[in-house]
Write a protein that binds this ligand. Structure first.
Ligand code: SF4
Length: 195
């Protein structure tokens, strides 16, 4: 399985390439309140099972795989209704301002298309705090962004080259902040450049 890309790595890379490198190349995952809440949510929804809900067939904790894109990952929930299959990804909290979760759903949809040989046009993100499902339209733009991210993560995992840690508003909720210290590195770099 080593040459398959974990779908979760695409999410991390889209959030921050340096974070992706720390987790998937340097093996340096660290929890914070948000990641613990996320893990406990996934532990609850990852109990394998299937069933019918009105007209919709639901299957939990299915492994998704794409030979074409070399992707692998466990889905939270796959549904089928009216002959259409689609992924539902569970997330803690409310809808965020970044598009990394949409990209993860798109990667799941690429796997599902290959596995079912049917087009997938829509996916969903279920936000646990608001109990709302956010539709994710699998547009050409999102597909393109996902393919570009797959290429970037493939290269990252093959070369192990560390992307720079660049301070941004995303750092605020990042569990790796105390390991990464992007502000300090920024200051140091500017100091060295001006010396
Ligand atoms: S603290 Fe910021 S730069 Fe460092 S890994 Fe987290 S998001 Fe990326």
């Amino acid at each position: 399985m080593e040459d398959y890309i974990p779908i979760a790595a695409l999410n991390q890379y889209c959030y921050c390439p340096h974070r992706c490198w720390r987790i998937f190349c340097a093996g340096g995952f660290v929890d914070n309140q948000y990641t613990i809440e996320g893990t406990s949510l996934h532990d609850r929804v990852h109990a394998p099972g299937e069933g019918q809900r009105e007209e919709t067939w639901q299957i939990r904790a299915v492994w998704l795989k794409s030979e074409r894109y070399r992707l692998i990952g466990k889905s939270d929930l796959i549904e089928e209704g009216n002959g259409c299959w689609y992924p539902v990804e569970y997330k803690r909290g409310y809808r965020g301002e970044y598009d990394n979760d949409e990209l993860q759903v798109c990667a799941q949809a690429l796997c599902l298309e290959e596995m079912t040989r049917k087009p997938v046009t829509l996916g969903y993100i279920y936000y646990a705090q608001s109990h709302q499902r956010q539709p994710v339209e699998l547009t050409e733009a999102l597909r393109q962004q996902t393919l570009e991210t797959i290429a970037a993560v493939t290269q990252l995992l093959q070369t192990g080259t560390m992307p720079s840690a660049i301070y941004s508003p995303r750092c605020k909720g990042c569990s790796l902040y105390s390991q990464c210290l992007p502000k300090v590195k920024d200051k140091l770099k500017r100091y060295q450049e001006s010396a």
